[in-house]
Design a binder for this molecule. Sequence first.
Ligand code: ZN
Ligand code: ZN
Length: 443
Amino acid sequence: MRKAGRWCLPGGRTTRGSRPCAPMSWVLTMPARRTPRNCAWVRSVGRVSAARSWHRKPPGGSLSSWGFGVLRVLWVTTKYGLMPSEVDMRGLRKLAPGPGHMKLVDVPDPEPGPGEVKIAVQAAGICGTDLHIAHGTYASSPPVTLGHEFSGEVSAVGADVADFEIGDRVMSEPMAAYCGRCLFCDRGQMNLCSERLSYGVNVNGGFAASVVVRKGAIHRLPHNVDFVSGAMTEPLAVCVHALTERTKIDGGQLVLVLGPGPVGLLAAMLAKTHGATVVVAGTTQDQSRLDVARAVGVDLTVTVDEVDLAEQLDALSKGAGGADITIEAAGVARSVEAAFKNTRKGGTIVQLGLFDEPIALDYSPVALRELNVIGSFAQSWSSFEGALELMAQKRVNVEALVSAILPLNEWEQAFHRAEQKDGAKIILTPGKRIKAFRVKDAE
Ligand SMILES: [Zn+2]
Ligand SMILES: [Zn+2]
């Protein structure tokens, strides 16, 4: 296992190769470009030093400058968490197509190019998409580091990046690239661009200590939104896009959410903030998630294999024969059939769930009941800004959905728990400094 800083040995030598490691005073005085490539910790401190234009005297110097240097090291290592051996430098990668091929492996420390920003990842959520990629049922570009829901702190910036600086608290959109020329890019619908690439799917993502992203993908975290909530921005933005940009939701409506996974629960919470009456339906397997739904204040939860959903809805739909809006967030045929049956005539179904395989079902109800079926995929820039505002205003308490915060080296257990639907959202902490930077109601 390789960890940052492990390579430095007393006497200024390294564990790999014979190239000497820099003495401390030199670490603090050299420009970043002279940093030895074989010492991650020295490289990091050197970069911070160069970026902040600290103490640029030549090597050597007086006793007082040595003392000053030691103080600098203590300050830097405390503030930026660069203590040797602290940060696990491995990344969780999909190594080959097909089921499995997931492994925690050594990954290179990435450097930001022009227009790019390096983020020290503090929190990264496990998403259904990650599980699909692990099973080989969602197309990815291996070998690739997974993780597309992450937040952290800017640790380096590339050329042409003036709007972010080291220490900024940020989250990144998953969209790594788009063509910028097609009809959809022209309309600002980059989520529909055929050349769209995503971090954690096609380009290295956030299940690693550091990730490099394009500056246009980054959003600042409001001062009172901590890193764990920051990592939940992406799934909340999925819901903002689905419920407020793809359709409209209001206080008089009955909203049915099918599938109480993290996205389903966030959609339910968002519908509640708009004053809707919200019903969340799941199976007996979803019991702990239905408990979360009740805890966050939905009006009714229904276990569909124990009670009749239509009967339960009837009491709330005032004779309309079903929900005004149904959010399908389970991605299974049975759930789509339930949506056709339990959405009122002329009502709207928002399809959010993705399917492991093609499904067969009777599609006639869409015509017979004049249902509006709306697809919703990913988000736009405004969805992220909307999600961050909701969290900053404390209108959606995303942390209520976090069931576990685990270090990256426990990823197998974390994925297993996500697979077993044990709780709603599991967060990994690749940067390992989560406690130092958690912000709770900073006002
Ligand atoms: Zn996701
Ligand atoms: Zn495009």
